[in-house]
Design a protein around this ligand. Sequence first.
Ligand SMILES: [Zn+2]
Ligand SMILES: [Zn+2]
Ligand SMILES: [Zn+2]
Length: 132
Amino acid sequence: MEEILKKTGLKVTPARILILETFSGKCEPLSAEDISKKLKKKDIDLVTIYRTLASFEEAGILRKVDLHKESQYYELGEHHHHHIICNKCGFVEELEGCDIEKLASKLVSKSSNFKTIKDHSLEFFGVCKKCS
Ligand SMILES: [Zn+2]
Ligand SMILES: [Zn+2]
Ligand SMILES: [Zn+2]
C-alpha cells in the first residue's frame, strides 16, 4: 500500500494507508460512509475520508463507480471490469471481461469531435435472483 502511494507521489500518512487498505483484497465498491464504518476504531473523520478519496481518484489509484446510489462509490482502478447492481436490494456483482472497446470505436467513428476513446465506465442495473 505504501508503495502505491509513493509511486503516485502522494504523501504517505497513516490515514491514507488505512483508507487504501480498506480496498485491498476484494473489489466491492466502497463509499466514504462504508470506509468510515470499517475504520470506526481508528478515529478518522468523514471529511478526511472524502478528501483522501478525491486525491486517490486524481492520482489514478481509485476510480468512481456509479451505482445510482446517493453516495459516491470507489474501487481500485487497476483491474478493468463492470458491475451489475440490483435495483431492489443494492447487491453488486462484478462482471468479468469487457467487449466494449469494439463498440466504442464504432461509436467514436460517428463522432465529429472525437477520434479516440481512451476509457469508459459502464454499469448495468437489474433485479437479482433473490429479489425477483
Ligand atoms: Zn468492481
Ligand atoms: Zn436484489
Ligand atoms: Zn469495459
